[in-house]
Ligand binder design. Sequence first.
Ligand SMILES: C[S@@+](CC[C@H](N)C(=O)[O-])C[C@H]1O[C@@H](n2cnc3c(N)ncnc32)[C@H](O)[C@@H]1O
Length: 384
Amino acid sequence: MEKIILLLKEILSNQTLVKAVFSGLRNKSVPYQKAVIRPILLNGSYYCQIEYHYKNKVTHENLSPEKCLEVSKNLIQDSFKQVNLFSSEGDYQILAAKPHLPRILKKPPSKGLPSLDHNQAKQYLIPDDIPCDFLIRLGVMDQEGHVIQKHYSKFRQINRFLDIVSDVLAYLPDPAKDAKAIRIVDFGCGKAYLTFALYYYLKIMLNKNVEIIGLDLKEDVIEFCNIVAADLNYQELKFLKGDIADYTGNDPADMVVTLHACDTATDFALMKAVKWNASIILSVPCCQHELFHQLENNFHLPIMKHGILKERFSSILTDGLRSLKLEEVGYDVALVEFTSLEHTSKNIMIRAVKTGKEKKSSGEEFRQLSEYWNVNPTISQLNK
Ligand SMILES: C[S@@+](CC[C@H](N)C(=O)[O-])C[C@H]1O[C@@H](n2cnc3c(N)ncnc32)[C@H](O)[C@@H]1O
């Protein structure tokens, strides 16, 4: 074992690691089938990303080189009999059926050092080329884990969504402290690619205690999603048929998601979230028609006489007013780009996290803007 540790230590401290693949299970109780370690840069620091390959999922952990050494040692001792180690100095095959008596075979390097800078290929939270059960079931991936070409934009959208979720995770309640599951509602979930992705990320990859509900008007869609959730054994993911405006739910949600729910459906979702005191709101509004018919301001008529400009401006005004209302009641709000491709006019996400700092000035700005444009949006009912 000593010899293996010395070799790993040298490779990690010199940062010459390209990839390490652990295989050959020691016994059937090992839950994963393979583990792969690659170097990555996180905020400019050298880390090792370890992927655990289970039958139908892959989980990741980012480790410091020191921690990586410790984890590697345990993997060899407890889980795997073989390691194929690629470094820029050489390729090593480590045969460690008896960890205290390993055979280490060295060959010239077959791989160069990977580029760790920002130009390297995008690392997705759910990677391409590794089977992922819900993506296979929803037809985005084939059985081997390859993303089907025509679904690549959906695959990118899912990963972009999870990136945004990972940025705000710290705002979720800590179940270790209050022992209750984190409750999440996805309003207007549709076929629920993103709802399944959220469950997969939080429950399966991060092992968080979550309960997720997807709500939609369409009965057939809800039936389909419940069948898929049952097939995948996603026990804490349920789908309900209903209208956002009428949804009462039993318990308040900690996180509310509403992606592309049309027109004022978004407002009803935001109002529920605020009433529940949700810690996180992720909302991608679309079809913001409401203000198009109300908007009136003679000064801007030379521009607004063009329907297309009026339509685009109505969307901006609607979402700007929604953001002000959320700030007024204690949310920190950022408008971020969701996806950059096809739906360019439906790609802005309202990302709001509860800080509790109510901004009265935002309430005043809301009032002045509504007056200026002569509008009375649904979201004005938020804190009435
Ligand atoms: C464009 S799809 C978006 C699906 C999914 N959220 C996504 O982004 O991939 C909009 C969904 O919202 C649902 N929806 C619209 N208004 C709703 C309402 N008032 N209550 C519940 N669902 C609604 C529609 O039935 C539809 O399935």
